[in-house]
Design a protein around this ligand. Structure first.
Ligand SMILES: [Fe+2]
Length: 314
């Protein structure tokens, strides 16, 4: 925890008492960097406004360290304007939250960041590249900040509600995070297009599922994720792509991720439209249940909505 205010550090330390973790403190950027150099933590909570070196610069320096890319940094900013959030993302922050810090939100975010770190720790060298690529995809599109992680978290949560096995939960989390990895091969002009795609652009966008598959296929450890990557745009009525699977022919994990992906996309801004309210998003999902989406997955998401929103507290 890096903050020049002793009272802030005290407050955050008291919140973190609810999580099983050790808390180390630094009162400015240079002190934090020196500590991280000696012994890297699992997570850095970083204040933005500090003397000597501001939080953005501290974040940039952490991310430039060997393995720093894989050390989650959550920036805590007193400034809620979009520009400051974008500056945090540009500095490489994995997440940010606004002051005053609210206890339940802090705990949710810290848990989520620690889970991310645990995932990174469990990856082999090639997998690191894949997950870093997934982050790079997100960085291509400023509108989808933290989208993939929220999809992973919510898909995992729905899997938990369904009583699925631990390995399936792991598949849902990882698959939710990298399902759109193939977008790395789609041009920015298509990804960022503010209006509907034309008939030439549509297949180029749809190619992201096959591109994603070809990126991930060589890795045995991620082979369980291939059905999610390939089939997350299938539709329940069989009119989706790439294979026109219908109903339960579509792998269950892909059906779950697809609903989580759609919900999170609806309640967040996209290049081609502004975000919708939760109620409007649910209406869209319910209207498409049985045609676009698995009706069971939609009903489950709707009934678990408060928990889902808590996971992605924005
Ligand atoms: Fe996709």
């Amino acid at each position: 925890m890096v903050d020049d205010g002793a009272a802030n550090r005290e407050l955050i330390r008291s919140y973190l008492g609810q999580i099983d973790c050790d808390v180390r403190e630094a009162e400015d950027g240079p002190a934090a960097l020196a500590q991280i150099e000696i012994s890297a933590p699992d997570l850095v909570l970083l204040d933005v406004r500090m003397p000597k070196m501001d939080g953005y610069e501290v974040c940039r320096r952490i991310k430039a360290m060997p393995h720093g890319r894989l050390l989650p940094v959550v920036m805590i900013t007193g400034l809620s304007q979009t520009t400051h959030r974008i500056m945090a993302l540009e500095a490489g922050a994995d997440d940010f939250m606004a002051k005053p810090v609210e206890g339940a939100e802090l705990i949710a975010r810290v848990r989520s960041a620690l889970r991310l770190k645990e995932l990174y720790n469990s990856l082999d060298g090639a997998e690191h590249v894949i997950f870093s690529l997934a982050t790079a995809v997100e960085a291509k599109d400023a509108f989808t900040e933290r989208h993939t992680q929220r999809v992973g978290e919510s898909a995992r949560f729905l899997g938990q509600c369904l009583g699925l096995s631990d390995s399936m939960l792991d598949t849902l989390y990882r698959g939710g995070m990298i399902h759109d990895i193939g977008k790395i091969g789609v041009s920015d002009s298509i990804l960022h297009k503010p209006g509907p795609l034309d008939p030439i652009e549509v297949p180029q966008m749809q190619a992201h599922v096959a591109i994603g598959e070809s990126i991930v296929r060589p890795l045995r450890s991620t082979s369980g994720l291939l059905p999610i990557i390939r089939h997350h745009h299938e539709r329940f009525d069989g009119l989706g792509y790439p294979d026109g699977l219908r109903g339960r022919e579509i792998p269950r994990a892909a059906r779950i991720v697809s609903v989580c992906d759609a919900f999170d996309a609806l309640v967040n801004d996209r290049p081609y439209r502004v975000r919708r309210s939760t109620e409007e998003a649910l209406e869209v999902l319910r209207a498409g249940a049985g045609s676009q989406w698995d009706p069971e997955a939609v009903a489950l998401l709707a009934s678990e909505l408060p928990s889902i929103q808590h996971l992605g507290a924005a």
